[in-house]
Ligand binder design. Structure first.
Ligand code: UFG
Length: 341
C-alpha cells in the first residue's frame, strides 16, 4: 500500500519542493498550510509539475482541534513539519509571536502523533550550532545557546521530538534534518522562494537586485577572518535538500532507523563566501550586480559548513547539483515571477 505523508507548510518554499520529490518517489502527499506567509503560486506550481491535484487542507497547526481532526480523518504514516515562522530579525522583535506559533504548532503535531502513531520529520537548522569552534560541523558538534528566538525554537523543537520519541517509542519515531543554507529553485522554474517584502536572505536579495527591484546589494562585512573577508556558508540546492527528505522518510517508513530519534546535517560540505556566491551568480547568468560592502550584520556567524558524511552513509543522500546550476535556477525563477524574458 502506498504510504501517506503529510507536509505541513507544504505551500511554502521548502515544503513545495519536498512535496514534488515525494510525489515523484511514489508517496501519497497531503498538503496543509494556513497560507499566512505565502500565496498559492507554489501550490499551483506543484500541481503543474506533478500533474496531480493533491489534497490540500487550509489550516493552522496552532489549532489543536484541527490537527487532531486531520489525523483522525486521514491515515498519516509520516508528517514533515515546516509550518513555522522563519525570520530571524522578526523573532528578536516579536519573541512571543515566534514561541507561540512555532512551539504550539509542533506540539500539536507531536500530540497527534502520540495518539495516532506517526513518524515525524522536523525541519531544523544549522543555526543550532551557533558560531562553531570546529569546522566542518558534525551532528556531534555541540549546540550553542541560540542567539535568536527563531533559533531557540529550532533547538526546543528538536528536544520536544527527542523527548517524545523516548516517552512514546511505540508511537513516534523522529528525524531532525539540520539544513544549512537552502537556495535555488526547481528546474521547471514553477516553484521557488517568494519572500514577502525586503528579503533577509542573500540569494533572494541578489535575484531582486538583478531584476531591478532592489537598487544595490549590501555585502555585510568584508573584514571577517576568512579568505576574502566575507562570511562563509554551506549553500544547499533546494532540490537536493528536498531529496534528503525523501531519503529520511523512506528510512523511517522502511524501519531502517538505528534509534528512535536521529539527526542529520543536510549540506554540501563546501564553504562558499558571500563574494564567491555573488561572483558565481554574475558569471553563470551573464549579469553584473550592483553591490557595495556594508558593516557586519548583527548576529551573523563568521563561517559554518557541514560535514554531511553521516547523511551519505545512513540516508544514502548526497548533494548533487552544482552551485552554477543552483544559481542559474534562482535567476530563472526570479525571471519567471517577474515576467522577465
Ligand atoms: N548577506 C549579505 N547581504 C544580504 C543578505 C545576506 O551580505 O543582503 C550575507 C550574510 O551576512 C551572511 C550570508 O549572506 O553572511 C548568508 O545570509 P542569509 O541571511 O542568506 O543566511 P544566514 O546564514 O544568515 O541564515 C541562515 C538561515 C536561517 C538561520 C540562520 C541562522 O537562512 O534560517 O542561518 O543564523 F536561522
Amino acid at each position: 500500500m502506498k504510504k501517506t505523508v503529510l507536509v505541513s507548510g507544504g505551500a511554502g518554499y521548502i515544503g513545495s519542493h519536498v512535496t514534488v520529490e515525494l510525489v515523484e518517489a511514489g508517496y501519497d502527499v497531503v498538503i496543509a498550510d494556513n497560507m499566512s506567509n505565502c500565496d498559492d503560486t507554489c501550490l499551483r506550481g506543484v500541481r503543474e509539475i506533478t500533474g496531480r491535484d493533491l489534497p490540500f487542507y487550509r489550516m493552522d497547526f496552532c489549532d489543536a482541534k484541527a490537527v487532531e481532526q486531520l489525523f483522525s480523518d486521514v491515515r498519516i504514516d509520516a508528517v514533515i513539519h515546516f509550518a513555522a515562522y522563519k525570520a530571524v530579525g522578526e523573532s528578536v522583535a516579536e519573541p512571543v509571536k515566534y514561541y507561540l506559533n512555532n512551539l504550539t504548532s509542533f506540539l500539536n503535531v507531536l500530540d497527534a502523533a502520540r495518539v495516532h502513531g506517526c513518524n515525524v520529520l522536523f525541519s531544523s537548522s544549522a543555526t543550532v550550532y551557533g558560531e562553531p569552534d570546529k569546522l566542518p560541523v558534525t551532528e556531534e558538534s555541540p549546540r550553542q545557546s541560540a542567539t535568536s528566538p527563531y533559533g531557540n525554537t529550532k533547538q526546543m523543537c528538536e528536544d520536544f521530538l527527542r523527548d517524545s520519541v523516548k516517552a512514546y517509542p511505540e508511537k513516534i519515531r523522529g528525524i531532525a534534518l539540520r539544513y544549512f543554507n537552502p537556495i535555488g529553485a526547481h528546474p521547471s522554474a514553477l516553484i521557488g522562494e517568494l519572500p514577502r517584502g525586503v528579503p533577509n536572505n542573500l540569494v533572494p536579495f541578489i535575484t531582486q537586485t538583478a531584476s531591478g527591484i532592489r537598487e544595490c546589494l549590501s555585502i555585510f562585512g568584508n573584514d571577517y577572518p576568512t579568505p576574502d573577508g566575507t562570511c562563509q556558508r554551506d549553500y544547499i540546492d533546494i532540490v537536493d535538500l528536498a531529496k534528503a527528505h525523501v531519503c529520511a522518510v523512506r528510512r523511517m517508513l522502511d524501519g531502517k532507523m538505528e534509534s528512535g530519534y536521529e539527526i542529520f546535517n543536510i549540506g554540501t560540505g563546501r564553504p562558499v563566501s558571500v563574494l564567491e556566491l555573488v561572483n558565481t551568480f554574475e558569471r553563470v547568468n551573464g549579469l553584473k550586480l550592483n553591490y557595495r560592502f556594508a558593516p557586519r550584520r548583527a548576529g551573523d556567524v563568521t563561517a559554518i559548513w557541514a560535514d554531511p558524511s553521516l547523511a551519505e552513509r545512513k540516508l544514502g543522500w548526497k548533494a548533487g547539483r552544482s552551485l552554477d546550476e543552483t544559481l542559474k535556477s534562482a535567476w530563472e525563477w526570479e525571471k519567471h515571477i517577474r515576467g522577465i524574458k
